[in-house]
Design a protein around this ligand. Structure first.
Ligand code: ADP
Length: 641
């Protein structure tokens, strides 16, 4: 029994398709780039597979992409003899989206569309791929035969909710996509017109590694002796001859293999789009040729925008590996550390074996060397950016750079030069650790920082009061990843990093007599708050506020605790130290009350309030907010006459 089914597109696929069609109609010609790109990938895969399994290539060795236009029928066909797809692969690849986070992304797009209309830049981040066919076609038919299979598959859809898929016959390997074009008034958009197609291929797909062939009519002017003439020498027959010939529309020159100065910005842009599926032009590029004992070429692009799925686990690494211009693999994690996976690029290493496997790559000395070198060059590039550009870069990729610190021990120092933070004194600007050190006050020993979720809350945190009084600058760290940064980056240029909310800040001392004076009250408070508080002591941190919570030098910060809880991890209850400001008038009053009226019913409430105020001051959540409001309400009622 032959298989035949009608299936519904997954909801997010249909949504994405509608978004693409509605937002990209003014860029409709990109559909051709996307389909040629898919064909080129399919040819790459075939060629690579044939290295170890020559049977998949068979006699059909002339790898190419062919365009066929029919003006009458208004169809455009893109044909390749690449790896093709099986029945199941068609269902998997065309009709679902494998990329994780798609549903969330599509939802975000729908939101953006409602607010400000959808810009191609946004949708472009996604890589519109096959579905872009529906920008120009009212119906798409795909017939494909996988290498090594006898049966072929026919897929058809009008892009409107469902598609049909069935088994069929096809006499050769590969994929043929036929677009039944929508009606159009504009001449530019006539995708059956030879010159329009020539222009688009040249502009968007010139570097594609396989010939993009079109059968065209050629006019050849006859040589003089070929022309039939009358007695006066005037031609009686045609002076030209028309014939049909196959023509290759693209130059097929691999961008990276060309001379650096010869490649234009526009060509780089197109190639980058092909590699990354990112619509926006890259922010920077590196075109490197290494010669000597090991020879290889690398072409790297830094995107201008962080991809929406930068931190998704199954996101592909942006590196592609080639050997003498033959594609070996994409997603080549061996060439670039995970945290720099946002970089798109190509490495062409002629010394590699063509049928090298991932397992071999991991232990390959040449590959390890290449990676090391590339990382170094990339760091040099980042360091050489001017401030404005670097700030822009860091705004997009700062999180990725910072996440390198706990991952890449070899480069901790280099990475430490690259991180930037806002500070208590930077007025919203980003500051490097070098800048910070240069601005340190006389006598200041440490680089102070504080971590937390909210910049304003950190800026006004009670933990910083004494530091502010000394006019010391404090780094404000608001990224979850910063918690891992400070665990791994303990010093910078011999200056230790110190948390403003942990341990002793060594800024001031409390008189022994004061300590003595408050000892009993503090014991009492400790007794009341025993479950949450480890110790109660006079603070050297506070100036205006009454209370704050502090951790030990090695304790988990409040922010870290919050992050762990939010990610569903079991965090053992952290007891912290309640620090009280003995110079605050409240403390002397509380002491007096405690000494004269130990049975006072309100003392318990006041102890809880001291703790609640400390938690609220650092932007935390208190256990019993309604009780807090009641007590404060009662207190206000007493005070206001
Ligand atoms: P992308 O190319 O970004 O993966 P597409 O939607 O364009 O997304 O294509 C989805 C998948 O369909 C491809 O990854 C590939 O596996 C398959 N595919 C598309 N076009 C072809 C083709 N011409 N030959 C073989 N497989 C193809």
């Amino acid at each position: 029994m032959e298989r035949k089914e009608t299936r519904q597109f997954k909801t997010e696929v249909q949504q994405l398709m509608n978004l693409i069609v509605n937002s990209l109609y003014s860029h409709s010609e990109i559909f051709l780039r996307e389909l040629i790109s898919n064909s080129s990938d399919a040819l790459d895969k075939l060629r690579f597979k044939a290295q170890t399994d020559p049977a998949v290539m068979g006699d059909d060795t002339d790898l190419h992409i062919r365009l066929e236009a029919d003006k009458e029928k208004r169809t455009l066909t893109i044909r390749d003899n690449g790896i093709g797809m099986t029945y199941d692969e068609v269902n998997e690849n065309i009709g679902t989206i494998a990329q994780s986070g798609t549903a969330a992304f599509v939802a975000a797009m729908e939101e953006a569309k409602k607010k400000e209309g959808l810009s191609p830049e946004l949708i472009g981040q996604f890589g519109v791929g096959f579905y872009s066919a529906f920008i120009v076609a009212e119906k798409v038919e795909l017939v494909t035969r996988a290498a090594g299979d006898a049966k072929a598959v026919r897929w058809e859809s009008t892009g409107d909710g469902s598609y049909t898929i069935e088994e069929t016959e096809k006499d050769s390997r590969g994929t043929t996509i036929t677009l039944f074009l929508k009606k159009t008034e504009e001449e530019d958009d006539d995708y059956t017109d030879e010159w329009t197609l020539r222009r688009i291929v040249k502009q968007h797909s010139d570097f594609v590694n396989y010939p993009v062939i079109m059968n065209v009519e050629k006019t050849e002017y006859l040589k003089d002796e070929e022309i039939i003439k009358d007695a006066d020498g005037k031609p009686i027959g045609d002076t030209f001859r028309k014939s049909r010939v196959d023509e290759t529309l693209n130059s097929m020159k691999a961008i990276w293999a060309r001379d650096k100065d010869e490649v234009t910005d526009a060509e780089h842009e197109e190639f980058y789009k092909h590699l990354s599926h990112d619509w926006n032009p890259p922010m920077e590029r590196l075109h490197l040729k290494f010669e000597g004992t090991t020879e290889y070429t690398a072409l790297l692009y830094i995107p201008s925008k962080a991809p929406f799925d930068m931190f998704y686990k199954d996101r592909k690494n942006g590196m592609h590996l080639y050997c003498k211009r033959v594609f070996i693999m994409d997603d080549c994690k061996e060439l670039m550390p995970e945290y720099l996976g946002f970089i798109s690029g190509v490495v062409d290493a002629p010394d590699l074996n063509l049928n090298v496997s991932r397992e071999i790559l991991q232990q390959n000395r040449l590959v390890t060397n290449i990676r090391k070198n590339l990382v170094k060059k990339v760091f040099d590039l980042f360091s050489a950016m001017d401030m404005e550009k670097y700030d822009q870069f860091f705004g997009e990729f700062g999180q990725a750079i910072k996440s390198g610190i706990p991952m890449d021990y070899e480069n901790t120092e280099k990475l430490s030069h690259l991180v930037r933070y806002k500070t208590t004194k930077s007025e919203g600007k980003l500051v490097s650790l070098k800048d910070y050190i240069e601005r340190m006050k006389d006598g200041q020993e440490f680089i102070y920082y504080i971590t937390g979720e909210n910049l304003t809350a950190l800026m006004n945190s009670p933990h910083l009061e004494a530091l502010k009084e000394k006019d010391y600058e404090v780094l404000l760290m608001t990224d979850p990843v910063d918690e891992w940064v400070v665990q791994n980056l303990t010093e910078y240029e011999k200056k230790k990093l110190k948390s403003a909310e942990k341990g002793d800040l060594d800024l001031n001392t409390v008189d022994d007599s004061k300590k003595e004076e408050y000892a009993k009250l503090f014991d009492f408070i400790k007794g009341k708050l025993d479950e949450t508080v480890k110790e109660v002591k006079p603070s050297t941190r506070l100036k205006n506020s009454v209370s704050c919570l502090a951790g030990d030098d090695y304790a988990m910060s409040a922010y870290m605790e919050k992050i762990m809880k939010a990610s569903g991890q079991d965090v053992p209850k952290q007891k912290r130290v309640l620090e009280l400001n003995v110079d605050h008038p409240l403390m002397s009053k509380m002491k007096a009350l405690f000494e004269t009226d130990t049975k006072n019913m309100k003392l318990d409430d006041y102890c809880t309030l001291l703790l609640d105020m400390a938690i609220i001051g650092e932007g935390g959540k208190i256990d019993d907010p309604s009780r807090f409001s009641q007590i404060v309400g009662d207190l206000m009622a007493q005070v206001i006459s």
